[in-house]
Design a protein around this ligand. Sequence first.
Ligand code: SAM
Length: 248
Amino acid sequence: AGTLYVVATPIGNLGDLTPRALDTLRTADAVCAEDTRRTRQLLAHYGLQRPLLALHEHNEEAQAAQLVARLQAGGSLALVSDAGTPLVSDPGFRLVRAAREAGVRVSPVPGACAAIAALSVAGVPSDRFVFEGFLPAKAAARRQRLQQLAGETRTLLFYESAHRIEESLADCVEAFGGERHAVLARELTKLFETVLDGPLADLHARVRADADQRKGEFVLIVEGAGDDETARIAEGRRLYARLAEHLP
Ligand code: SAM
């Protein structure tokens, strides 16, 4: 049987495609892409023209069986997403699962990932961290999610887009307190790369005051709750549990 290669592509700077990724894209029988138009442009930049197959959220389940059959027949496929590492807040896990279930070899060609790139320059405790991906789009669900994370002691990583960054920062201030240390990494590896750090309230104020700081793509990193905070939240839970005994 063939191999399914899961290939990371750049998150901005096109110099970040690894030589092995280039080689894999050149030699695979076909490239499965989230958006074939974007991937065609990316490949053209490296002087490649390859057969492309669309694999996105809406057709992945249906396509997976066909692609696995192709792999079983001996073909090799490269899976890419629009940017960074496939499956990380991107499509691909259904195909990878189907391939593994069928006993097909799945092999990584690692490279850029926005979350890890941001963590590597954040200067926050990074031996334990939680990747939360995108927060819910609806305000109520987003606030609830953040509330649930308020006592988390590990470093928190979020993906965010330009049109929601200000709101999300405001909600983080509400849930974690304005004093909590955070890092906002914007447009990593691109022309307007900016990494801001400080208390959440300050970051929110800077983003609100400066429209340029709301442009592009973001990774928001929030330090975990300290011991004081964990103790405070635990105390709150204890009080609530005692109170709940007396509630109807
Ligand atoms: N698979 C990708 C990866 O490995 O990072 C993530 C794909 S997800 C659909 C896109 C999100 O990743 C953006 O909304 C942003 O939060 C983050 N992102 C991607 N490129 C970025 C960059 N250059 N700088 C900061 N964040 C970025």
